[in-house]
Design a protein around this ligand. Structure first.
Ligand SMILES: [Zn+2]
Length: 81
């Protein structure tokens, strides 16, 4: 068994950040800053319609995760910390 296989990892959501939303124009590729509020992303799309006349949009939601060890790796030999 390799050293890599002896490690166990788990993914945790980053609670302070939560679910993020991004509005993106499918015509020119412009997109807004990610926001916790889906309605803010929709508002950006509506402003973009007024500025450009572009009418095709996508709204994406995503989570930011952090990997954490579920147990400490076994020390093998004398690797410096
Ligand atoms: Zn556009």
């Amino acid at each position: 068994m390799s050293e890599r296989e002896s490690l166990e990892w788990t993914l945790r959501d980053r609670a302070k950040l939560g679910l993020r939303h991004v509005g993106k124009c499918q015509e020119c590729g412009e997109f807004c800053m990610d926001t916790p509020h889906p309605e803010k992303a929709r508002e950006w799309c509506l402003r973009h319609v007024e500025d450009t006349g572009h009418v095709f949009y996508e709204l994406t939601a995503f989570e930011l995760l952090r990997a954490a060890r579920t147990k400490r790796p076994e020390r093998k030999g004398s690797s410096p910390a």
